[in-house]
Write a new protein. Sequence first.
Length: 234
Amino acid sequence: MEFKLNLKNIPISNDDIINDLRRVALLLNLNTVTIEQYNIHGKFNSSTVQRRYRSWFKAMELAGLENARSGFDIDDKLLLANIADVWIKLGKQPNVKDMKKPLSNYGASTYSRHFGTWNNALIQFIKTVQKNNDDTVLEVAQQLIDEQSESPKNTNTKESRTISLRLRFSIFLRDGFRCQSCGKSPVTHPGIELHCDHIIPWSKGGKTNLDNLRTLCSNCNLGKGNMDESKDWI
């Protein structure tokens, strides 16, 4: 006679999960457990915990443990909004070295752990803000800017040549973070640097406003020089 074992899936109860979280915390002699730690020492997968309680923080609360924050359990929208905040402050696409305090709330290593690589984080950021039906990231970013930045100067007149950081970012957003000359973007060409360019140069009477500004990559902008496209390229 052949004996075959056929076990059905045994439901995991809330008590099973909560008790296992407490067990891991006790094992590590900590008052909290991160997702990374639980994936190593826990009986279940962290995704099971998050699906059950909607968030890692809620599971920590129910287990009587303190909240743990890591590169995996930070909300996507907070991380992406932080990129927008840093981008606006710098007036250009941030790089790995820029992602540190006080400029950034999260380090580059956090983005690498969460998205796989820094370039993946940038690509996800641009894809998210390009969605016409999802402006949550920009709303959060605007709140961060309002809290941390000075009020922008009026750049809608000829008297000001300087492009405010907010106006610069608005141009990038309007143009889809894509060079309006060659079409390159950080999504298709990771590492490319975007500039905000006066179509009619300031020196030739061009204004600093939405109608006279556009996104160019650094190569196209440097190649253009001081040409007035409304006249010089006809």
